[in-house]
Write a protein that binds this ligand. Structure first.
Ligand code: PGA
Length: 260
């Protein structure tokens, strides 16, 4: 695991975008796993900027989003479909046919989830999965108690998640209680994972995810088993880490190696 600690949200976003851009330049038909929420917005802005400056081509990229609320149509302003087009896709040269986001408003959810998993396989698997983290330690909507080998399916949101996401809705009662989410097994098959976290309210979940025992109670902790997981944090989100200085030292040493 690589733990990169940045000064603030802006630096975290820039570093994350640089990693995505670097992978994309190496592999123009990159298969990107994407996340919603407030955390990756800065990274998306940075990717849009790079694209507009002519430095980043998304024409061959395929994307798979982690999750979507149940019961919201794609044009609902709080749906993750809407979010992704607003915050990224409308501003880059992605082929709409290459965009995959779970559907939250279909009849046969089970068949849909199977189809979604098939599509990821057909694309050759996800090269780089971008992740956020919930205060309850979730990645995607894999709430505490999720099977560590789960696949895309319906999840019931915890009260904590509903409360956290209520800020995007008029009132708490409007927050959907269910979501379709990639499973932990799905996420773990990505070739590389990039988890972003900022703010003091994520510090506890981050400490448990990186330094605590691997447990279904903090599903992000499963990334300890991932061969290529990168955490990019701001100062605040990193403040509870017991080996914080060591992670900084490792990054400095890695930089020295590169410069040799
Ligand atoms: P946030 O959500 O980026 O809005 O904090 C993260 C998450 O719940 O996974």
């Amino acid at each position: 695991m690589r733990v990169i600690i940045s000064k603030n949200y802006e630096e975290m976003s820039k570093k994350a975008a640089e990693i995505v851009a670097e992978r994309l330049r190496k592999k123009p038909d990159l298969v990107l796993g994407l996340a919603t929420g407030s955390t990756p917005v800065g990274m998306y802005k940075e990717l849009i900027r790079m694209h507009k400056e002519g430095n980043l081509d998304f024409s061959k990229v395929k994307t798979f989003n982690l999750d979507e609320y149940c019961g919201l149509s794609p044009d609902h302003p709080q749906s993750y479909h809407y979010f992704m087009w607003e915050n990224l896709f409308n501003h880059i040269n992605i082929n709409p046919a290459n965009v995959y986001i779970p559907s939250g408003d279909i009849e046969n959810v089970e068949a849909f989830c199977k189809w979604y998993e098939e599509k990821i396989k057909e694309a050759g698997g996800i090269d780089l999965q971008v992740l956020g983290i919930g205060r309850d330690g979730h990645i995607g909507f894999n709430e505490p108690g999720s099977s560590l080998t789960s696949r895309t399916r319906i999840k019931t949101l915890t009260e904590e998640t509903v409360e956290d996401n209520a800020r995007f809705f008029e009132k708490k009662e409007d927050v959907p209680r269910y979501a379709v989410s990639m499973g932990l097994g799905t996420i773990m098959e990505a070739k590389e994972c990039l988890l972003l976290a900022n703010g003091a309210n994520k510090a506890e979940a981050i400490q448990k995810a990186i330094e605590g025992p691997v447990s279904a109670s903090i599903t992000a902790s499963l990334l300890q088993f991932h061969p290529r997981a990168i955490f990019i944090l701001d100062e605040e989100a990193s403040k509870n880490l017991k080996r914080r200085e060591y992670y900084r030292y490792v990054e400095r040493m890695a930089q020295k190696l590169k410069e040799r």
